[in-house]
Ligand binder design. Structure first.
Ligand SMILES: C[S@@+](CC[C@H](N)C(=O)[O-])C[C@H]1O[C@@H](n2cnc3c(N)ncnc32)[C@H](O)[C@@H]1O
Length: 275
């Protein structure tokens, strides 16, 4: 059920927003840590579409791999594209395009790309099956569809800090109210079958934070994200007070500073070659 109808939340809203703390977190992503399952199938000269590219760090890595092939990063809103264009310029990439558009209505003709990729995007969409159909439509025969997505309920951490459990519960309620599905990972096969993707292959891979530096970075980053106006305002709409949100942030920082801290985030991966 889309609870946005019940809560008055704007349906289809991107739950995380694009504040600095969010872009900093997304900006640490690389093709190696987020698209390793796809890399062996990439080759020089391919045209690639990165749907929901965010600040574009994965996009720009893909561009390095397929150069002189052209990569296009697509985003529904302009905010992260500003960051993406700056990063492209800093990396000396004057070829990659960053364009505004909707994953649900890709603004490209049929069979335009050799690879159509989406990382942590389907979980935010009201109709992930429709988005996969769009990805198939713009992919050339013989080309590749690749999607990777997280699964919040499958995330594990230690120590078991109660406020982080609270964060996951509140985040999941907000994301569902916005029309998303935080349990995207386990639904990847179901969505792929519903979209009619032929010969899809599924795999999983995990982000692990288990060094002092990684845990401090992730814990502080998560604390900054929950303290951001986007989360605070949405949490308030679900009856969560500013004080409760501050406790979540404190919990994240405590976790990040703990010498035994561990966090793992499993992802599901879908890879399919178009007939
Ligand atoms: C979790 S971020 C992932 C960004 C990037 N793929 C990465 O992994 O670094 C999800 C992105 O999807 C974008 N997005 C959400 N709904 C979208 C839509 N309907 N069309 C295009 N992009 C969308 C958001 O704006 C956000 O930047």
């Amino acid at each position: 059920m889309n609870t946005s109808v019940m809560t008055g939340e704007p349906a289809g809203r991107y739950t995380h927003g694009h504040a600095r703390a969010v872009l900093a977190s997304h900006g640490a992503r690389t093709a190696a840590n987020s698209a390793a399952y796809l890399i062996p199938h990439l080759s020089s000269g391919m045209a690639v579409l990165d749907v929901g590219c965010g600040p574009g760090t994965i996009t720009l890595d893909l561009a390095e791999i397929v150069a002189p092939g052209v990569v296009t990063g697509l985003e529904r809103v302009e905010e992260p594209l500003t960051s993406a264009r700056l990063t492209a310029a800093a990396r000396g990439d004057h070829t990659t395009r960053f364009e505004q558009g909707d994953a649900m209505h890709l603004p490209y003709p049929d069979a335009s790309f050799d690879v159509v990729h989406a990382h942590q995007v389907l979980q935010h969409l009201m109709d992930p099956v429709g988005a996969l159909r769009e990805m198939m439509r713009v992919c050339r025969p013989g080309g590749w569809i690749a999607a990777r997505d997280a699964d919040y309920a499958a995330m594990t951490w230690y120590p078991e800090i109660r406020e982080i459990d609270g964060w996951r519960s509140v985040y999941s309620r907000i994301a569902r109210a916005n029309g998303g599905e935080p349990g995207a990972g386990r639904r990847m096969r179901a969505w792929s079958r519903a979209a009619g993707i032929p010969h899809a292959v599924f795999s999983t891979s995990v982000w692990t934070y288990a060094t002092a530096e990684e845990c401090a970075w992730w814990g502080n980053g998560q604390a900054n994200r929950v303290l951001g106006a986007t989360f605070v305002q949405q949490a308030a709409q679900h009856g969560i007070s500013a004080e409760q949100v501050r406790a979540m942030a404190t919990g994240w920082r405590e976790w990040g500073d703990h010498p035994d801290a561990w966090f793992s985030m499993p992802h599901a991966e879908l890879l399919a070659r178009m007939p």
